[in-house]
Structures are given as C-alpha cells and as structure tokens.
Design a protein around this ligand. Structure first.
Ligand code: XMP
Length: 509
C-alpha cells in the first residue's frame, strides 16, 4: 500500500480527541491517535502533531506531560485546550485556574496576524470547555485570540510553527473550525492522499490472502459496520463466509425482517437467524441498573454466538465490524485518560478468546468512512445511512426493569416516532422513544387512566459526541403525541426531551 503522509494526535483524554483525528481525515490526510508518551522517533516522521484537550489540571503533579524535545522537532504543532496549556507550561509560560469557567458557545475576538486563524472574521463563536487558562505567554509567543473571561484564548509562535487554541476547532459548534484545520494542514504541507476509493480493492485482496480457503463467521447486528465488514469479506471469500444474526427481542419493529431481506435475499449471504428473545428477557428479569443491563446483554450475546458458531463445523476466522475508535478505546496506551461514560456493546465486540482468528477489515476507519464504503459497495441506503441504534437495543430505552410488555410499548412508540419524523423529513440524525417507569394520572375516553409516559428524543448532531435537541415543528410533535397516546395502550402522556449533549447523553441509559 502507498505510504501516506500522517498527522499524529497526542491524546490527553479529551472526549473530543477522536473528532480531531476525523476532521483531519475528512480533509484527506491520514491521522492517528497516539498516547502522549508515543515514541519520539515515530513522531518525527509525521507531517504535523496535534496536542488534544484533556480533563487534567497542570497544577497536579500527575498531570500528563510530553517529551520536551517534541517542541524542537521543527514539525508544525497545534495545541488545543489542555494541549495549549501544556505547551505554555512546558515552554516557560504560566497556567492558572480562571476566575470563571467557560463551557459551551463562547465568543472570541481574533487578533490580526495569526497564521492558523488566517481568513477568519474578527468575531468568532467557538466551543470552549475549560477551567484553567494560560495567564502568561511563553517567550516567542503572541496572543492570537481573546475572550471575555480568557485574555489568552489563542497563542502562537510562527517561527517554531507552534499554534495553540483554548477553544476546540474540531467541534462543529466552532464556526471557523474547519478553516482552522485547513490552515494547519496547509502549514504542514501534508499530501491529501487518504481516500476510500482504493480501500476496497486493497482490503479485499488482503482479506483473500490472509483467510485463503478457510471458513469465516460474522455476527450481523443489522447496523452498517457489521454489514460492510461482512460484504467486504464475502467479496473476498464468497460462500466460505457464514453470518449469524442473534434476534435478542430488543430490536425495533421490522428490523429482523429487514436484515433477512438485505442479506439473505439481496446479498445472497449464508445467514443463520437465532431467536433468543426469551433468554434475554429471562436474564434481564428484575435488573434495573443501566450498566448491569448492558453487561448482561453483551455477555449473553457472546454466549449464544459461541454456541451457534460451534454448530457450523470447522471455522477459523471471526469477522468483526470493529472501527478505529473501538481499537483505540480498548488499547492500553491511548484513550485510558478519558472517563468511561457508558460501556458500549455491539456485535463487533466479541472477544478473541472464543477461539477464532480475527478479521477486522474496518479497524482503520471511522463511521463516516464506513458509510462511504457502504455506498461504494452498493449496500441499500436504508442500511448505509440507518440512524444509529445501540447494541443493547430497546433495553436501554426502558428505564427500570425490561419486560415483554414494556418492550411492546416502547417498540410501538418508537415506530410512531420514526414514521412521523421520516414522513416529513425533519432535520434530526437520531430520534427515539424512551419509556419511563413512573406513572401519572390522565383521562382517556371519560375515564381515569394511570399510565406511563413516553419521552420523545430527537437530536441534531454530526458526530454523536455532542448533540443539540432538535427543534421539531410543533405540528409534528403534536402528531407524534396524539398518535402515541391513541395507539399505544398504557401510555397517557408524551414529553419531549430538550436536553443537549452534554450535559445529557443521547440515550437515557
Ligand atoms: P450516548 O447515549 O452515549 O450515545 O450519547 C451516543 C451514540 O451511541 C449509541 N450507543 C450505542 N451504540 N452500543 C452501540 O453500538 C452501545 O452500547 C451504545 N450505547 C449508546 C447511541 O444510540 C448514540 O447513537
């Protein structure tokens, strides 16, 4: 494969570290996330280095630092948030807790003469998330941006090619973020040679070579990742691939049928369907803790998959739709500094110790890159652009204990939410229904009811890392509400979730 120009992103544990890497790739340059103590010899081969944000505080001794020599490599450096504070600290400036913390949208004023902020208008809305700030510039640096509570919101030393920002250019809420990334890439002179076009051919050849005449098995979840991974491997080894789909009973309405249609009929892949609803419900009985639910579902999924794949005979390979962020998050060196918000489960998370060799054709890719592949592989748009659906399924959209009855309620409500939103083509990237365990009094058909509420949640987001609640038209909300209360017996109230992420998350559990 052709050697690519590379940007390394040193990860100090920001929730946005992956976003930085993705933004660089979107601009056509390969970027990888590495730990702050990454080998300096390898760093020296990069076209550019980015220091991410992070939750730490430089006044604490244990705060993450880097090899001082990184600043003398002569490679362009972009320091973001903690990355800026660290640069200031290690280059002889001063960092202190600010009088006021800045979180969310913040206006900054851009000063003239900055290289990395070139072409941006004077007043910029940016995304901030910090308590500490640089209070004294290191020698050779000038201030490039200021905000009300942060007089040094940007600094740079153009001679040493070091550029720093207290705000986050990688987050879409920073209006000029894309331009800033472009400016930085121009400074690095990295070639724009990262694309999905050759990826398929290269990978199919590679898979054919490694798997050879062996047999492989793949767990299909119905999501785009496992579908694209299975399609790539199917192209390489054909009938030697068998797919298994475990119907957990926690899926949305019509989902299993759609999967059969797409894979068995459309792609002609050998697909086995395992109906395991009863087993999942029995294991989830009386469980209310969200993390416990997630773990139980993940583990049972693995056990069932293991049992079914054994029935297939001699299979050597396990195909997984593991994405780049999954490989990084589970690695020891990178991502360990980020707080665990939820333990994610998906069909791509099967452990190696099942006794297979692993084939992970997407392990270098981000989700948007996988969608591009899906399109190139001619998978149906309904699958390639399917809104995200969590591995633990509807179980994490039922607050409290999961029962068959509650699953029916939330499934019906979810279908109404999806149908109505898709019918008008409302601007939202993920939309769902959540069933609450509380009950409230209502009146339906002149009689008193005592039923559960459904929460409707719809968000606008480009990356699911941050999200805004979607301002759906009132007429649409009214239609959803009246349909749910009329058609889903047991629901007498509908509320709309108007929380962004942060502080909320997309799912309720
Ligand atoms: P949160 O709730 O963390 O969700 O804001 C962000 C995105 O991730 C999805 N999600 C999951 N996806 N396995 C998955 O494959 C999981 O366990 C899981 N939990 C949340 C969620 O639907 C949203 O798109």
């Amino acid at each position: 494969m052709q050697k690519k120009d590379l940007i390394y992103v040193l990860d100090f544990g920001s929730q946005y570290s992956h976003l930085i890497t993705r933004r660089i790739r979107e601009a056509g340059v390969l970027a990888e996330l590495v730990s702050p103590d990454f080998d300096i010899k390898k760093l020296a081969e990069a076209k550019g280095i980015i220091l991410s944000g992070g939750p730490q505080n430089l006044s604490e001794k244990s705060s993450l630092k880097i090899n001082k020599k990184v600043f003398d490599l002569g490679i362009p450096i972009l320091g973001i948030c903690y990355g800026m504070q660290l640069t200031a600290f290690m280059q002889g400036g001063k960092v202190k807790a600010g009088r006021e913390r800045e979180y969310g949208s913040t206006e900054v004023v851009i000063k003239k003469g900055s290289v990395v902020l070139r072409g941006l208008s004077k007043n910029q809305i940016t995304w901030m998330s910090h308590g500490d700030q640089v209070v004294k510039l290191p020698k050779g640096f000038t201030t490039t941006a200021t905000s009300k509570n942060c007089p040094i919101a940007g600094m740079e030393n153009a001679k040493k090619k070091i550029y720093c920002l207290q705000f986050h250019p990688e987050v879409k809420h920073t209006a000029g973020g894309k331009k800033i990334i472009e400016n930085f890439l121009k400074i690095t002179s990295a070639k724009r040679n990262w694309s999905m076009k050759n990826f398929i051919n290269d990978s199919v050849k590679e898979i054919r070579k490694t798997i050879g005449n062996d047999r492989a098995v793949c767990a299909l979840s119905g999501g785009v990742d496992s579908a694209v991974a299975a399609t790539m491997v199917h192209r390489a080894i054909g009938k030697n691939l068998t797919c298994i789909y475990v119907d957990t009973g926690l899926m949305r309405e019509g989902e299993t049928e759609q999967i059969i249609k797409t894979f068995k009929q459309y792609q002609k892949i050998d697909l086995r369907i395992i109906n395991a609803e009863a087993e999942f419900l029995s294991k989830l009985k009386s469980v209310t803790d969200p993390e416990k639910k997630r773990k139980i579902i993940g583990e049972l999924f693995i056990r069932i998959f293991e049992k079914e794949s054994k029935k297939l005979g001699k299979i050597k390979w396990l195909v997984q739709g593991t994405l780049y962020p999954d490989t990084i998050e589970s690695s020891k060196s990178v991502g360990k500094n980020a707080a665990v918000i939820k333990s994610h489960h998906n069909a791509g998370g099967l452990p190696e110790k099942i006794g297979f060799k692993l084939s992970e054709p997407l392990r270098e890719l981000y989700k948007d890159e996988v969608r591009k592949l899906g399109k190139l592989l001619k998978l149906p748009d309904s699958l390639t652009y399917r809104q995200p659906f969590p591995g633990p399924g509807l179980a994490i959209r039922i607050i409290g204990e999961v029962t068959g009855e509650k699953l029916n309620l939330v499934r019906k409500a979810d279908k109404i939410v999806c149908d109505e939103i898709e019918r008008v083509g409302a601007d939202t990237q993920q939309y769902l229904a959540v069933l609450l365990p509380v009950r409230s009094v209502g009146v339906q058909g002149d009689a008193r009811t005592y039923g559960h509420p459904i929460v409707v949640r719809a968000v606008t987001t480009s990356d699911l890392m941050t999200a805004d609640w979607a301002p759906l038209p009132h007429s649409l909300l009214a239609k959803i509400s009246s349909r749910i209360t009329n058609e889903v017996h047991g629901i007498n109230r509908v509320v709309y979730d108007i929380t962004s992420k942060p502080p909320g998350t997309v799912e309720w559990e």
